[in-house]
Design a protein around this ligand. Structure first.
Ligand SMILES: Nc1ncnc2c1ncn2[C@@H]1O[C@H](COP(=O)(O)OP(=O)(O)OP(=O)(O)O)[C@@H](O)[C@H]1O
Ligand code: SF4
Ligand SMILES: [Mg+2]
Length: 335
């Protein structure tokens, strides 16, 4: 059993969509509506789901770029849910984030060396000479030529820019990396290079990674565990191999049915489950199971009961009434 690096319980976050005359929110989008997540040392946990399911909001909460409305987040056993100022700065040393668009974290007017060493300056790590050495070391670590140190972001390719963003994120040797769609903006071949780089950085270092992606094909090859989100909630969670081999939730099954498998014989025998309709408006989720309007297996009682995320054995949890009857034992509450 590895040590838990990051642990979240009952995370909630709403964004106001209407306000009264006093400026108080009268209704809101529940972007994240009760999410739990654990990340162990050296582990990669994938967070998957369609656009708008709340993945990025959950990632921003976990990384404390946003503050949850409710719930609790612990980093290496310390409560970081509401920390601010100097304490939040300390969190940054241990937990870093990379995004889909490295331009978001790279200032086009500053050199690569500046980008990579800025976290060291902010956290007052090393002398100027030390930092220049560390920049070269980091560039080598992300397989970039150290001679690129004096270049500017727009002189680099998309893949090189993402490598710089990764080098910057690794500058303070964090324990946790939250990567939100880190390869979605890249072409296919660059995508696998960057994903392999993330794996290499993790190898033997104990770094824990939360990998957010709308693409099941990406997360299934890179993660130890997968968390599937639908409309702000976790609907299924489990060890990657077991979850991919036998998805329990109808939504997970549908997402996986769209992912090609390498074996052509198996691929021919597979049924593609096409989901009906769109995700409902998260501001007004349906009664009962939120997935029922699109679920091929929906039953009348799915309109009445909102299925809790329950333990299905072997580390699997699922929020679906079909499975609640079969082998549910314990409650959704985790210690
Ligand atoms: N700052 C915000 N203000 C208002 N609504 C927001 C805000 N951020 C997110 N939302 C809403 O919250 C819901 C979840 O959004 P989020 O970006 O977390 O989803 P996502 O799963 O990351 O989607 P994508 O795959 O498109 O990145 C969406 O309905 C979105 O419109
Ligand atoms: S609870 Fe009902 S509607 Fe929801 S996923 Fe399960 S079968 Fe489908
Ligand atoms: Mg997103």
């Amino acid at each position: 059993m590895t040590a838990t690096l990051l642990s979240a319980r009952g995370l909630r976050k709403s964004f106001p969509i209407a306000r009264n005359l006093l400026g108080r929110p009268t209704s809101g989008v529940r972007a994240v509506d009760g999410v739990d997540l654990d990340l162990g040392e050296g582990e990669t946990v994938g967070v998957v789901g369609e656009s708008g399911s709340g993945k990025s909001t959950a990632g921003r909460l976990l990384a404390r770029l946003d503050t949850p409305d409710a719930g609790r987040i612990e980093l290496e056993g310390r409560d970081i849910t509401g920390v601010r100022g100097r304490e939040l700065k300390r969190v940054r040393r241990r937990l870093q984030v990379i995004f889909q668009d490295p331009y978001g974290s790279l200032d086009p007017t500053k050199t690569v060396e500046h980008a990579v060493t800025e976290p060291l300056v902010v956290h007052r790590v090393g002398s100027r000479a030390d930092r220049a050495d560390r920049a070269s070391e980091l560039l080598v670590q992300v397989a970039l030529d150290p001679s690129l140190a004096q270049r500017y972001p727009d002189e680099l390719s998309g893949g090189q820019r993402q490598r710089v963003a990764i080098a910057r994120a690794m500058a303070l040797s964090p324990r946790v990396l939250v990567a939100d769609e880190p390869t979605s903006a890249l072409d296919l071949s660059t995508r696998s290079e960057i994903l392999n780089l993330l794996l290499e950085l993790q190898d033997g270092s104990g770094l824990g990674t939360v990998l957010i992606s709308h693409d099941f094909a990406t997360v299934r090859h890179l993660t130890h565990r997968i968390v599937v989100m639908y409309l702000g909630r976790v609907v299924e969670e489990g060890e990657t191999a077991a979850l991919v081999a036998e998805p329990l939730h109808p939504y997970t099954r549908a997402l996986l049915s769209a992912v090609p498998v390498p074996d052509p014989a198996r691929q021919r025998g597979r049924e593609r489950i096409v989901l009906r309709g769109e995700q409902p408006d998260p501001a007004a989720p349906p009664s009962g199971c939120r997935f029922r309007g699109r679920c091929p297996q929906a039953m009348p009682r799915c309109a009445e009961t909102d299925p809790a995320l329950l333990d299905a054995g072997n580390g699997r949890r699922v929020a679906c009434l079909l499975h609640h009857d079969e082998h549910m034992a314990t409650t959704s509450a985790r210690p």
